[in-house]
Design a binder for this molecule. Structure first.
Ligand code: SF4
Ligand code: SF4
Length: 436
């Protein structure tokens, strides 16, 4: 296959070396887990358990009848201690179920499906929802919805995002190296559901071991592995489709409009576990790194584990920390408290020093146009910043602001350190509130 590349993008320092060869370590579940009831794009869930109730590991503890929702499960067995609003890593407070771990590791009965090919598309989608699977590349979009495009849409390609283009992170990388057969069988399950023959795994060239691992695991299948030039944000859905298939997704449309579904390689492994082993999504591989971490690692942590426990496990130096970020440095969220828990979408935890955050005061725009050149969505970030400065919110829509994927490439490249991503986020929030 030919590599077509995508427009724009940047190449920040990779900082992958600290954890790329660190095998995944399982972190013991803590005494208390904190499970927020909003871990997917969609509506918050309602608890299905009560304070004082005993729960089993893997049991559904909150759900919703809303279309855009997936349940959450207990990541330990124990007693529900509290249900209250608590700090949430993606901003503000969210209703959270607190479970005291009884350390008995008592599981629900797990229904296995080794002969999944005998199941219908509807039955497989039902399992994927019931096991709480969401996109694990960061967006946390409910997977059963993504795998069920409108009936009048023909899907020709399934693309697997193994790019992991965010600097520092190696969570998907290690899953592809250590669990290749799960990833491949998860892809086969998705192909079966979507009724597609063609699947391509895109992996950036800076992950040679993952490329080899996937190539070996795909031998004898019709799944292709495509090495991609290392460039941020290669893993964005629209960038990946352009780079691998040379197709452009029109403004405001979904990948299915050009006959493509994109999913992440770690999501594929989770689909395998859900369908074949009956396992709900109750843990996540998290890369813990940054210069304020003495022993950077890739940890498999129970959903609901406070991030303080992961940082302590990796010997973080509190005195050196300038900023704690959940996710990568480009799109991750700075954290105000270490009480927030690991959630389904957590891929990384960065303890960054002053040197790494490299904050410089914003200066006046010099009109160099570098932000426009770097934008993978062919947008004009310089205009967004100006319109936001003068509160001209309505005009933002005319310049397709909602197509922005908030990748941060424009802010990264700006020589004047203009706070472009902040202006974009505020502008998007204003446009959303004006629509209500
Ligand atoms: S405008 Fe949006 S999509 Fe374009 S570079 Fe900036 S953050 Fe990325
Ligand atoms: S990169 Fe920065 S300085 Fe250059 S045009 Fe864009 S906002 Fe202005």
């Amino acid at each position: 296959m030919k590599f077509f590349g995508f427009k724009g993008g940047v190449h920040p320092p990779e900082n992958k070396i600290q954890t790329e060869n660190q095998a995944i370590e399982v972190l013991s579940a803590p005494k208390m887990v904190f499970i927020p009831l909003l871990q997917h794009i969609g509506v918050p869930l309602s608890p299905t358990v009560e304070i004082g109730e005993k729960v089993l590991k893997g049991q559904i503890i909150a759900d919703s009848e809303a279309f855009m929702s997936v349940p959450v499960h207990a990541s330990v067995s124990g007693i529900v201690k509290k249900i209250e609003n608590l700090p949430f890593p993606l901003m503000g407070n969210v209703q959270t179920i607190v479970i005291e771990n009884d350390e008995q590791n008592e599981w629900i009965d797990l229904e296995k499906n080794t002969n999944w090919k005998n199941l219908s598309k509807g039955e497989l989608l039902k399992i994927i929802r019931a096991k709480g699977i969401v996109g694990l590349g960061g967006a946390a979009f409910p997977t059963h919805i993504k795998l069920n495009p409108p009936v009048d849409v023909k899907i020709d390609y399934l693309l697997l995002n193994g790019a992991e283009c965010e600097p520092y992170l190696n969570s998907d990388n290690r899953v592809m190296i250590e669990e290749p057969s799960k990833v491949i069988e998860g892809i086969e399950i998705m192909k079966h559901i979507l009724n597609v023959d063609n699947a391509v795994i895109g992996i950036e060239e800076n992950k040679p071991e993952a490329i080899e691992s996937m190539k070996k695991a795909t031998e004898g299948t019709n799944i292709k592995v495509m090495p991609l030039k290392t460039m941020y944000p290669q893993g964005g859905e629209k960038s990946l489709i352009k780079a691998i298939l040379n197709k452009e997704v029109p403004s405001g449309k979904l990948p299915s409009s050009v006959g493509v579904v994109v999913n992440n390689t770690t999501t594929a492994a989770a689909i395998y576990d859900a369908v074949v082993n009956g396992l709900p999504l109750i843990d996540k591989v998290v890369t813990v790194t940054g210069q304020a971490i003495k022993n950077p690692k890739n940890l498999r942590a129970a959903i609901g584990t406070p991030i303080s426990i992961l940082l302590e496990n990796c010997d973080y130096n509190e005195a050196e920390v300038e900023k704690i970020v959940m996710g990568g440095p480009m799109m991750g969220m700075a954290q105000l408290t270490l009480e927030v828990p690991v959630i389904k979408g957590t891929s990384g935890l960065l303890a960054l020093t002053k040197k790494e955050t490299n904050y410089c005061k914003p200066k006046a725009c010099i009109g160099c146009g570098k932000c426009v050149d770097a934008c993978p969505m062919s947008l004009e970030p310089i205009i967004y910043a100006r319109l936001a400065e003068f509160s001209q919110w309505e005009d933002l829509a005319k310049y397709h602001l909602m197509d922005c994927i908030e990748c941060g490439s424009c802010a990264y490249i700006c020589p004047a350190n203009r706070p472009l991503t902040e202006a974009i986020k505020i502008g998007k929030a204003k446009l959303r509130s004006m629509k209500k």
